[in-house]
Write a new protein. Sequence first.
Length: 385
Amino acid sequence: MTGHAPDGPGLLRNFVGGEFVDVGSRFTKRSPVTGEPVFEVVEASQSTVDDAVAAARSALRGPWGRMGERERAEVLRRVADELERRFDDLVAAEVADTGKAISQARTLDIPRGAANFRAFAEIVATAPTESFTTVTPAGGRALNYAVRKPVGVVAVIVPWNLPLLLLTWKVAPALACGNAVVVKPSEETPASATLLAEVMAAAGVPDGVFNLVHGFGPGSAGEHLTRHPGVDAITFTGESATGSAIMRAAADGVKAVSFELGGKNAGLVFADADLDAAVAGSVRSSFTNGGQVCLCTERIYVQRPVFEEFTARLSKRADELAYGWPDDEATANMPLISHGHRDKVLGHYALARTEGAEVRAGGGTPRFGDARDGGAYVQPTVLTG
């Protein structure tokens, strides 16, 4: 792994203009499973972000900017092939970053990430454009047609819950349409993004088309990137408060923005529902990925005649979800991304109790008697009232 030192906690570096760069201060990424250091990460300075944006703009003036749709589609297919070749490395990086079960990374995150590059390759190579005729005031006919052009340099900022999958959902269409990107992954999940930089280089993506800067938000790489005058558009997935800050930063340059922000999603269970299916679906939609998905079910409204039965069955299933190490295929529970996030969730549990909630399942932290006690686990929790 070019961006990764071989001994001790790996060193993850920035990727600018086709080269890994390790100039800058460093921060430690800790395992959500044990709390132990797993990576040292180079934080991108303002100068590194400037270089990344300049490399992206230069790429648009080079061979990448002159490629047609079918040529770009072929590049994306090579990226998908290389993702599949590095499958095991990407799984290991995703598990190290997030603590999720290896079974999920193998069946969801990595395969769908590769599929995204193939899907957008096909879309850009075959997508039609509009054309129509109009009658002119002089009685002639005018042909009107659409021409697609890249927007330019796109800043890509992604969260920590599904880091590679959400990254590919943004990078693949941006590249398919001829843009160059500067990626800022979450400081909590730097590893799979660094591997994606290696994949880009190995697949023959021209230098500067894909750039990677590590760091934080305010006063760090995130703010440097979103305020940069050389960035033409920003795409961000994450919490609404951060989206608001990015929109304010983008307003000065009237930059295009694409946001997927936080949700507060409800489930509905009616009295005539198939309760087996309702419970199974609610468990999956509430607790998958440690409940850390923007479209996870966070509250469930249950019709009164089946309320007690549904609640009892849901609580029982929540208590039965299997703990284990990430490399155990049977593991269902994963840790939260960090101790800070665990403290936030436990604070919400405590607030719910003070407001009269009844804890029907979970409500605290599990104990293992091994290194996982240093991790960021919370129990799957069901509250009523």
